[in-house]
Design a protein around this ligand. Structure first.
Ligand SMILES: [Zn+2]
Length: 323
C-alpha cells in the first residue's frame, strides 16, 4: 500500500534550492553575440517553463538610477543638511547614514522608499520581456524590492521577492511576524518633512512592543518574513517542483555577487543536477558560466536592455515565421 503514497518526483523547497556552492570552472564564453542571442531564443522557445531570476542589474538596465546627478537632484535637501560626505552620494549609501534621531531617519527613508519603490516606473523593458514569454509557464524569483514586474503587469502570485519591499515596514527587532504597507504614511512624511526631518507624531512605533520600526528589507537577522512571504515561497516551490519534470529555462537577469546564494549559485546547481534545465545568464559584465554546463549555459555579457530586447525580438520573429 505504500506505493499509493507517491511523492512528486522533484519535490524541492526554497531552502533546499538555495546554494552557497560556487562553480570552480567559470569561463567567459567567446561565442559571438548574435549567435548567443539565437541560442537563448531557441532555448526559451523549446522550454515549457521559464524561471526568471532577477537582481539589481535588471532595474538598472531598465533605467533605475541611484547615484550621480540623479541623487544630487533628488536628495539635495539631505546633502544640504548632512553634507555630501561618504553617505550622501547615492541611495544605497544614504540609507546607512548614522541619523541623530527617528524623525531624521524616517525623513530620509520615506523619501528614498517612494523614489526607489512606489514611484519608480522603469517598466517598458519588463513589459517587453513579459509579453515575449507570455505563452510559457513562468515564475519570477527576485531579490529586488522595487515591485517593477508587478507594476509592468506580471501576476503578483507568480513573484517571490525574497528580500523585502520598499512599500512595507516592520518592527526593527522583528518581534512579531507582520509587515505593514506604509506608502500612504511615506507620502504624509514627504509632505510634512522640513530640513530632512519629519514631525515626531509621524514616527511609526511597533504596535506590539512599542519599539522602533524599520523598512522591511533584509539587512540583518531581524528581517520579518510574513504570511505573504511564506505563501510566495510555497508557490515558488510548487512551480519549481513541477518545472523540473519538464523543459525548464532559467533566465537570470542582472544578478551579481552581492547575494549569489539566492539566485546565481542555485541556478548553476539546478542546471548541474538536471539535464533538462538550461541557464541563460544576462549580465552587463559578469556573465561568466561554469564550463562544465557546456551548451546548456549561455552567458551574455552585454548591455542588458539590448540583450533582452534582442532575445525578445528573436522570439517574436520565430513566432511569425512559424505561423
Ligand atoms: Zn516590536
Amino acid at each position: 500500500m505504500l506505493n499509493d503514497i507517491r511523492k512528486p518526483e522533484n519535490n524541492i523547497s526554497f531552502s533546499s534550492f538555495l546554494s552557497a556552492d560556487y562553480a570552480r570552472d567559470y569561463i567567459t564564453q567567446d561565442t559571438p553575440y548574435d549567435e548567443q542571442i539565437g541560442m537563448a531564443a531557441k532555448a526559451i522557445r523549446e522550454a515549457d517553463h521559464v524561471l526568471i531570476g532577477v537582481g539589481a542589474g535588471m532595474s538598472a538596465a531598465a533605467g533605475a538610477e541611484y547615484g550621480g546627478k540623479f541623487f544630487e537632484e533628488n536628495f539635495a535637501e539631505f546633502q544640504r543638511v548632512y553634507g555630501k560626505g561618504q553617505y550622501m552620494q547615492d541611495m544605497y549609501s544614504a540609507g546607512f547614514y548614522p541619523f541623530p534621531d527617528e524623525e531624521s531617519r524616517w525623513g530620509l527613508w520615506s523619501h528614498l522608499a517612494l523614489i526607489a519603490g512606489a514611484d519608480l516606473d522603469v517598466t517598458p523593458l519588463h513589459r517587453l520581456l513579459i509579453e515575449a514569454i507570455a505563452d510559457k509557464r513562468s515564475f519570477i524569483l527576485s531579490t529586488n524590492a522595487d515591485h517593477q514586474f508587478e507594476k509592468a503587469g506580471y501576476p503578483e502570485e507568480q513573484i517571490f521577492a525574497t528580500q523585502g519591499s520598499y512599500r512595507r515596514i516592520q518592527c526593527k527587532r522583528g518581534c512579531h511576524p507582520k509587515t505593514y504597507d506604509s506608502v500612504e504614511l511615506f507620502r504624509r512624511m514627504e509632505l510634512e518633512r522640513k530640513d530632512g526631518r519629519i514631525p515626531g507624531a509621524l514616527v511609526p512605533r511597533c504596535p506590539v512592543c512599542g519599539g522602533e520600526m524599520t523598512m522591511n528589507l533584509r539587512v540583518d537577522d531581524c528581517f520579518v518574513q510574513d504570511d505573504d512571504w511564506y505563501a510566495a515561497e510555497e508557490r515558488f516551490s510548487r512551480f519549481l517542483s513541477r518545472a523540473l519534470g519538464c523543459r525548464l529555462v532559467l533566465l537570470e537577469l542582472g544578478v551579481g555577487f552581492n547575494t549569489p546564494t539566492i539566485i546565481r549559485f542555485p541556478f548553476e546547481k539546478l542546471c548541474r543536477e538536471h539535464e533538462n534545465v538550461s541557464l541563460i545568464r544576462l549580465n552587463r559584465s559578469k556573465a561568466i558560466v561554469p564550463a562544465s554546463l557546456g551548451s546548456r549555459a549561455i552567458g551574455i555579457s552585454a548591455d542588458m536592455a539590448k540583450s533582452i530586447t534582442d532575445i525578445c525580438n528573436a522570439l517574436d520573429q520565430t513566432g511569425r515565421s512559424e505561423s
